[in-house]
Design a protein around this ligand. Structure first.
Ligand SMILES: Nc1ncnc2c1ncn2[C@@H]1O[C@H](COP(=O)(O)OP(=O)(O)OP(=O)(O)O)[C@@H](O)[C@H]1O
Ligand SMILES: [Mg+2]
Length: 457
């Protein structure tokens, strides 16, 4: 694994030796005795690993390390220290050096340490590239997912997309199941093929069967001609089976057969139709429960659940709320030819604290409404619909955030202390005012301040 190494050492002789050893090992080496030149070189060249001496006259190894960490955090830095200056090396490690070697060192030591650094550099580069690719790809799908849980989802999408494996996307209503299904399609080698979507709940079982599998002419009254079903229409593409949990028992059996054999007959037909499709299914029902109570076939569940992507409800990824809100504000502002500066802090507080039972879709609707109704260029708390500002809901969100330990009096005391602190801040530490906000007497407040050892400034 060759690579580019920049070496900085003020001792020319050392540089020559290092250059010889490393060039022999196949690396492309740039030896520089002036670290400032080294930093300039970094700016315009591709360097995989930086090797620097610690003690140099003007610019020390520590300065080099700090500079690289700040501007090229992905490049590992290997520090060389003189025998006996171990503290400096330890300090360098603490501030982020990849490794250190103590002079004099053997060739083996140097090469081993370098090859580790090189491996690390490669991994970092791959990660960066991957992240860039993910951003580019998902950028086109317009999926917002900054929260850790959503990054995990997007990562799963990225990994599952290239295969033909069936994917089951689960999550509450409005969490983005269809969006994820489309992303899987757009990411897959089938992206130029059709994305065909069927809602298993919207149609009654008889109609759904002929929707899915098509029918032959005369197979039932009204079947005046042969018609291709969604399975056929999705050939070479992706079939999205939405609300799969609502599929009737009879159709569950038929779907299972198609999944196993990749072929089926049209309603009223005998000829087997073969299709090349990838299936993505979605449901907001808990299918394991449905399997347990017998309303969903276990064998079908396992066929569908080859790769499962659970989408977290919005209230469990609140970090995404500001980004989603900004994204939708942008979208609806454009649609309505309006310009907005953004959200007022209090509006954002409400949005971030709300429960969002309808998840991302509800947030999207709320922002659309704000855009349409707002008369200024900032979305303010006044523009928000009343349910968002509902105290009960704020309370529920607060309860969500409580620690798992549920000792009642301990929990309540902590909450009480927190509320009191908040009231004090709000009242500029004027106790009468704080007591008023808390709706308690001043003497009770004073008692509680003592009890919780809260200093009232
Ligand atoms: N992460 C996200 N980034 C941007 N937009 C999103 C995101 N998640 C969902 N949306 C948007 O929210 C709306 C609802 O998403 P979608 O229809 O995919 O949800 P769903 O889970 O299929 O809902 P339902 O269960 O009600 O069918 C869509 O307009 C979608 O574009
Ligand atoms: Mg949906």
């Amino acid at each position: 694994m060759p690579g580019n190494i920049l070496i900085m050492d003020d001792e020319q002789n050392y540089l020559l030796v290092l250059d010889a050893i490393l060039s022999d090992a196949g690396y492309k080496v740039t030896p520089l005795s002036d670290p400032e030149m080294g930093l300039a070189f970094l700016e315009e060249s591709e360097v995989d690993v930086v090797v620097t001496d610690m003690k140099m006259p003007k610019f020390t190894g520590k300065d080099v390390l700090d500079h690289v960490k700040k501007h090229y955090p992905h490049i590992p830095v290997l520090i060389m220290t003189a025998f006996g200056s171990i503290e400096a090396a330890v300090e360098a490690m603490r501030t982020g050096a990849f490794d250190y070697i103590t002079k004099p060192f053997s060739n083996e030591e140097l090469l081993l340490s370098l090859s580790k650094a090189m491996q690390y550099a490669r991994a970092q580069q791959e990660n960066m590239q991957l992240r860039r690719q993910i951003q580019e790809r998902f950028g086109t799908n317009n999926i917002i997912g900054r929260d850790k849980s959503m990054r995990h989802v997007l990562d799963m999408v990225h990994r599952a997309a290239p295969s033909r494996s069936t994917v089951l996307v689960t999550g509450e209503s409005g969490t983005g199941k269809e969006l994820i299904a489309k992303a899987i399609h757009n990411e897959s080698p089938r992206k130029d093929g059709p994305f065909v979507s069927v809602n298993c709940m919207a149609l009654n079982p008889g109609v759904l069967e002929s929707e899915l599998f098509g029918h032959e002419k005369g197979s039932f009254t009204g079947a005046v001609s042969r018609r291709r079903g969604r399975f056929e229409l999705a050939d070479k593409g992706t079939l999205f089976l939405d609300e799969i949990g609502e599929l009737s028992q009879d159709l569950q059996v038929k779907l299972l057969r198609v999944l196993q054999e990749r072929r089926f007959e049209r309603v009223g037909g005998t000829e087997a139709v073969e299709v090349d499709i990838r299936i993505v299914a979605a449901t907001n029902r808990d299918l394991t429960k449905a399997v347990a109570d017998g309303s969903f076939r276990e064998d079908l569940f396992y066929r569908l659940n080859v790769v499962s992507i659970p989408l977290p409800p919005l209230r469990e990824r609140r970090e995404d709320i500001p980004f989603l809100a900004a994204h939708f504000l942008d979208k609806f502002a454009k649609e309505n030819s309006r310009e907005f500066k953004g959200f007022s802090p209090s509006a954002m507080d409400y949005l971030s604290a709300y429960e969002w039972p309808g998840n991302v879709r509800q947030l999207e609707n709320v922002i659309e409404r704000c855009v349409v109704l707002s008369s200024t260029d900032t979305i303010d708390a006044d523009d928000l619909p009343p349910e968002i500002k509902d105290e009960e809901s704020q309370f529920k969100s607060a309860v969500d955030l409580l620690p798992t330990k549920l000792d009642l009096s301990e929990t309540l005391e902590k909450i009480e202390a927190a509320v009191i602190r908040r009231a004090l801040v709000k009242a500029d530490f004027i106790q009468v005012k704080a007591a008023e906000l808390l709706n308690i007497s001043k003497s009770l407040l004073q008692y509680k301040l003592k009890k919780y050892t809260i200093s009232a400034k």
